[in-house]
Design a protein around this ligand. Structure first.
Ligand code: 5AD
Ligand code: SF4
Length: 486
């Protein structure tokens, strides 16, 4: 992240100097300046500012990446209009964690092609995890010729340069890297929310859970330097942010590969010291790496939110082994209960996969048993999706669809029942809530989030957005509450 004035000065300097510098991020400042000239030409021809739209699929990492794309697009002169139908440049930032994510992108691309037929000058870009998946680029080259730009997860920092190439060419521009060690700092970002922000603390994943495509599309684990993270959060706080979400595929292994190793708990201790920052969240924790040091830091922290997302995936030790998760059912339950004991007001949420190859009714019963023992406040339950190239995809004992559906419904029902009683525990209490937005359905209400991540709807005006208020919890509706400001 970089301040706007500093960026503009640097852009002008590098452009004036002539040839593109080799070092980053200077090279991108040069290309931003060039893109700015090209976009200004477009503006003159159109008689209005060219418009853009970044559509995000998938997780918080992608949402953060989209903010980086939008940061560059608005810096070079595009107006963000948020509507793909009417934009001059549309980017889909894709996800590929499950097959239905891919199908959604292909579906939306078909619709976009219809818009492009009406507006042939429209440019279409694709990036994100799906572009790194085997066979996808070939399919796009063959059947989706109307796409103008394709790039992946490792070279997103090069977006300004790719944008210039695209604007100067009529060919389909494709740039996919297999991997990278590079972490480029100080590029512009446009944030969706003024008062809260995500920040990447690490990229990639080394765990190779046998069902998961992420290590193949996001590459090996790389941590950012603590000083860069702290500097970014300090700038965000100066800019109005009071809640930060530290992002990584497995934050508990943060810092292990740095030149001077730092633990995640140590990083949190440093982030806690930032004045003006009120709340700290993080995502995601792998149970195998969750340390006592982290529990200790969370327990004594005034800023770390009372929420832990701790993916279970399966409650069966046999399946966990086949998933390459490196913990048993008992170890998971012991860990979750230890956390509940040490930090009684914490909410624990999880991810569960149903239908992993070889999963029997007994295995599903083990998962249900863990849900009952841990009493998750919420659980995201997924049907196993076969991802080409992962070890699980080659396993022979895939479970028939009808059986998976039946097991899935059973797991979902248990989650709903336990969550309802667990979330309801706070009924009648007054809690601090960060007001995030106007309620989508009812204009007289606003929606906020408690420290433990539970949503509360209550009467209030837009002026409250971005502030912390005390709310009395009147009624629990399963996963959320309604209440009144105190
Ligand atoms: N099928 C179904 N769910 C998956 N996840 C990851 N890979 C798969 C897959 N192949 C789920 C895991 C992970 C979450 C982000 O997505 O539960 O925690
Ligand atoms: Fe995928 Fe496992 Fe890495 Fe999470 S920890 S991204 S599930 S491989």
């Amino acid at each position: 992240m970089i301040q706007k004035e500093v960026l503009e000065e640097k852009m002008a300097d590098y452009r004036q100097a002539g040839a593109a510098p080799q070092s980053e991020p200077e090279r991108q400042y040069y290309f931003m300046a060039r893109a700015k000239e090209l976009v200004a030409d477009m503006e003159e021809k159109l008689g209005r500012k060219p418009t853009c739209c970044v559509v995000t699929f998938g997780c918080q990492m992608n949402a953060r990446d989209s903010e980086k794309l939008l940061g560059i697009l608005t810096e070079v002169g595009f107006a963000d209009n948020g509507e793909d139908e009417k934009s001059d440049f549309v980017i889909f930032n894709t996800c590929t964690v499950r097959d239905n994510a891919d199908q959604r992108v292909y579906g939306r691309l078909g619709i976009l092609n219809g818009y492009k037929k009406k507006n042939p000058a429209m440019k279409i870009g694709l990036c994100g995890c799906m572009m790194q998946e085997q066979g996808v680029v070939e399919k796009l080259q063959k059947s989706y010729r109307f796409v103008n730009l394709i790039f992946g997860t490792h070279n997103i920092f090069k977006f300004a340069e790719l944008l210039v190439t695209m604007l100067e060419s009529d060919d389909m521009i494709i740039d996919i890297w297999k991997d990278t060690n590079e972490i480029v700092e100080d590029l512009p970002i446009v944030r969706k929310y003024k008062f809260k922000s995500g920040t990447n603390i690490m990229f990639g994943c080394n765990n190779f859970c046998s069902y998961c495509i992420v290590p193949y599309v996001r590459g090996r684990e790389r941590s950012r330097e603590p000083k860069d993270i702290i500097r970014e959060i300090e700038m965000l706080v100066k800019d109005g942010v009071i809640e930060i979400m530290l992002l990584g595929q497995n934050v508990n292994s943060y810092g292990k590969n740095l030149e001077h190793p730092v633990s995640f708990a140590q990083l949190l201790t440093e982030v806690e010291k930032i004045k003006g920052l009120e709340r700290i969240r993080f995502m995601t924790s792998h149970p195998k790496d969750l340390s006592d040091e982290l529990i200790e830091v969370m327990k004594h922290s005034k800023k770390i939110c009372r929420h832990l997302h701790l993916p279970l995936q399966s409650g069966s030790t046999r399946i966990l082994k086949a998933m390459n998760r490196h913990y048993t059912k008992e170890q998971y339950v012991d860990l979750a209960l230890k956390i509940r004991r040490e930090i009684p007001d914490i909410a624990i949420t999880t991810d569960i996969i149903v239908g992993f190859p070889g999963e029997t009714k007994e295995d599903v019963e083990e998962t249900i048993d863990v849900i009952k023992k841990v009493q998750f406040e919420n659980a995201f339950t997924f049907i196993y999706s076969k991802r080409t190239g992962t070890p699980a995809a080659a396993m022979e004992n895939q479970v028939p669809e009808a059986e998976v559906k039946e097991n899935f419904n059973k797991v979902l029902k248990t989650v709903q029942e336990t969550a309802r009683s667990r979330v309801g525990n706070l009924l009648g209490q007054t809690v601090t809530v960060l007001v995030e937005e106007k309620n989508e359905q009812d204009d007289s209400l606003v929606t906020g989030r408690m420290s433990n991540n539970t949503i509360v709807h209550f009467p209030g005006g837009e002026d409250l957005i971005g502030t912390l208020v005390n709310v009395h919890l009147d009624e629990c509706h399963g996963f959320y509450y309604t209440g009144k400001i105190q």
